[in-house]
Design a protein around this ligand. Structure first.
Ligand code: OAD
Length: 236
């Protein structure tokens, strides 16, 4: 922890990649692991364009349920520590795979959302995207004003990431002096590849996770523990 604190003090540019683990202490379920969402359900049935085409009601029921869980969730000390870090580091980029909006609620300003947002919807017909906080929708699948069907404003398996967001994330990974990987199993690409990009571009890479991942032996320092406890200690 002391070494990482020192690296943090010295770094002019810091990039952070977060995953579901950073929100676990807020009561938001992760995807993998014993109680993970993908233990009880198949991604192919709920988080692919094909699943939505086959059964939009089922997909929307699942997203509505997740939105209702999120509506009760609050940022935890890990989210707040990252928002505080953004104020202290001149060049700071927060890249998240999470769609829960908790980083923004904690006060983070520059958030690159690789996988979209649970609070956005996109019309399949007119392609307009907008913010909708309403839960549940009066009818599912919900409809756009133009009459088209709305889909969740998230990235599903088999879909490309938003190109501008990915480009900004890749640039941040390439130019970071310190890269933190927090609460992600680092198995979903291209997001997981950002740590390797950072490492091969000369950054020190530090991982914070309650358990080791595929990345853990390729990086400079692994800090084991819950991010809601370790991140506040790191910036103290
Ligand atoms: P995962 O559920 O795959 O991984 C969560 C990680 O967080 C695991 O490595 C846990 O050990 C760790 N973890 C759990 N609690 C923690 C805590 N309190 N502090 C620190 N670490 C903790 O979630 P992601 O890696 O985010 O994509 O999953 C990546 C993508 O796969 C998601 O964005 C989603 C999913 O399918 C899409 O839906 C496209």
């Amino acid at each position: 922890m002391d070494a990482v604190r020192e690296w943090l003090r010295q770094a002019n540019s810091v990039a952070v990649l977060t995953g579901a683990g950073v929100s676990a202490e807020s009561g938001v379920p992760t995807f993998r692991g014993n109680n993970g969402l993908w233990k009880q359900r198949r991604a192919e049935d709920l988080a692919t364009p094909g699943a939505f085409a086959r059964n939009p009601e089922l997909v929307w029921e699942w997203y509505d349920w997740r939105r209702s869980v999120l509506a009760e969730a609050n940022p935890n000390p890990g989210h707040y520590a990252l928002a505080e870090l953004e104020k202290r580091v001149s060049n700071f980029t927060l890249i998240t795979q999470n769609i829960d909006g908790l980083h923004e609620l904690a006060g983070s300003r520059n958030v690159l959302r690789l996988h979209g947002s649970m609070w956005r919807v996109r019309c399949l017909a007119c392609e307009q995207e907008r913010f909708v906080r309403r839960i549940p929708f009066p009818t599912i699948p919900p409809k756009c004003e133009c009459g088209g069907t709305l889909r969740p404003g998230v990235v599903w398996f088999g879909e490309a990431l938003p190109q501008d967001v990915w480009q900004a994330a890749e640039n941040a990974a390439r130019s970071a002096e310190l890269f933190l990987v927090i609460g992600t199993s680092a198995v979903v690409y291209p997001a997981a590849g950002l740590a390797q990009i950072a490492k091969s571009s000369g950054a020190r890479v530090v991982e914070i996770n309650i358990a080791e991942t595929n990345l853990s032996d390729q990086i400079d320092q692994f800090l084991q523990g819950p991010s809601g406890e370790l991140l506040p200690q790191l910036i103290a």
